[in-house]
Design a protein around this ligand. Structure first.
Ligand code: FES
Length: 325
């Protein structure tokens, strides 16, 4: 394809890259990807600019009329992935006037997030009664986070958050059952009841470490950070795989699930980040460092309930540690 003609006399076009808002001059023979890389702007390009991976894709927020026509290779991928007109492969696109583009895929984690979406393989579990640990997590200040960012960035940040949380849960032997808004529900002990509570507590602690790492990414990018609250309960529930086709999930039913939710929401009322029920504590066998003991009423439950603040994991050979230390 011939080099695009530069519009205007003696002025080179500029590309503004979002979300970091960097404005860079580009040349007639440089792709959007080559320009970002030359300027030291992080930009994923997993297939080395061969129009095969789509990780270099950008959303053209302004100046779409200044972009070159799709190359044949880009057209093939754009058709297969049903790209809207304003989604372009940065490795295939050059510009003849000023444009503003947003990179949705910024680094290796984003590449993994993109390739993982919708690809979970869930083993079949017929409904059966089990003693499991149930973990709820939610994001403190979620509403103000959502209101402070464009919806596109909210989706991006949440996808990254849930990707990291999902990885933590799986590494700890659990299953993510549900995402509801900013909330996450996970089960432990489905395959091995003996370590259910300690696996759930280990996962909860690892989540705080993962959020620290996530914040190191979000803060410079959006000027916002996440803080999470976690609750764990141990009890009896009926566990099974429900749903049809691709829309299937591991679900648990029973009073223990509702109780776990109440434990998690109590964090907000008493100013803690991680609470577990007394039933969960009994299963830990000293494998966690505990802090405050909270005696409280739980909504919809008669009487008083004893909850425990979790500070970190207890190491058999030394003092308790938290994951992010
Ligand atoms: S780098 Fe793979 S499609 Fe552009």
């Amino acid at each position: 394809m011939p080099a695009p003609r530069i519009e205007g006399q003696g002025r080179m076009p500029h590309i503004t890259y979002l979300p970091d808002d960097r404005r860079v001059e580009t040349g007639p023979d440089e792709s959007i990807l080559e320009t970002s890389l030359a300027a030291g702007i992080p930009h994923a390009y997993a297939c080395a600019a061969k129009a095969r991976c789509s990780t270099c894709r950008v959303v053209v927020a302004a100046g779409a009329e200044h972009c070159s026509e799709r190359t044949e290779a880009e057209s093939v991928l754009a058709t297969r992935l049903r790209f809207a007109d304003n989604i372009r492969l940065a490795c295939q696109t050059r510009v003849v006037g000023d444009v503003t583009v947003r990179r949705p895929v910024l680094d290796d984690v984003d590449i993994a997030v993109t390739s993982q979406l919708g690809k979970d393989v869930l083993p079949d579990h017929v409904g059966e009664e089990k003693r499991i640990a149930i973990l709820f997590a939610d994001i403190s200040g979620y509403t103000s986070f959502v209101e402070s960012l464009p919806p596109y960035d909210v989706v991006h940040a949440l996808n990254r958050y849930f990707y990291l949380m999902h990885a933590v849960v799986e590494e700890s032997g659990g299953y993510v059952s549900d995402y509801v808004g900013d909330g996450l529900l996970a089960f432990f002990g489905v395959d091995d009841e003996s370590t259910a509570a300690s696996d759930a507590v280990a996962a909860g602690i690892a989540m705080f470490g993962a959020v620290e790492r996530l914040n190191a990414y979000l803060d410079p990018m959006y000027g916002r950070t996440f803080r999470i609250r976690v609750g764990v309960h141990y009890g009896e529930a009926v566990v099974g795989t429900i749903g049809i086709g691709d829309i299937r999930k591991l679900a648990a039913f029973g009073d223990a699930v509702n109780y776990a939710s109440r434990v998690e929401t109590t964090n907000k009322e008493v100013g803690t980040d991680f609470l577990i029920s007394d039933a969960a504590r009994e299963q830990l066998d000293g494998r966690a460092e505990l802090g405050r003991v909270v005696v409280t009423e739980l909504r919809g439950r008669p009487g008083e309930h004893v909850l425990h603040e979790v500070l970190g994991l207890a190491d058999a050979d030394g003092p308790a540690t938290s994951d992010d230390e």
